[in-house]
Ligand binder design. Structure first.
Ligand SMILES: [Zn+2]
Length: 81
């Protein structure tokens, strides 16, 4: 039996802990790209400002010029709960 042929992109043998970290970072990067893309397409109807979305430990925080913009941003992210 040969060992699993899994390697990291730099050729290091597979390491579950490292994989976990890289996976999480990859997912966060993808999600961050998505968030920035969506946020970049939102404009406050009153002040013509764009929202600022900052990454936190648990998710994202939306900042904007007014409650209307924050509301529009939340809607754009499909906040349906
Ligand atoms: Zn505004």
């Amino acid at each position: 039996m040969s060992k699993s042929g899994l390697f990291h992109s730099d050729g290091q043998p597979f390491n579950p802990a490292r994989f976990q970290g890289e996976l999480q970072e990859g997912v966060m990067k993808l999600a961050t790209n998505h968030v920035e893309k969506v946020a970049g397409g939102i404009l406050c109807p009153v002040h013509h400002q764009r929202p600022t979305v900052t990454r936190t430990a648990t998710g994202w925080e939306v900042h904007g010029c007014c409650e209307q913009l924050k509301e529009a941003t939340r809607k754009a992210f499909g906040d349906q709960d």
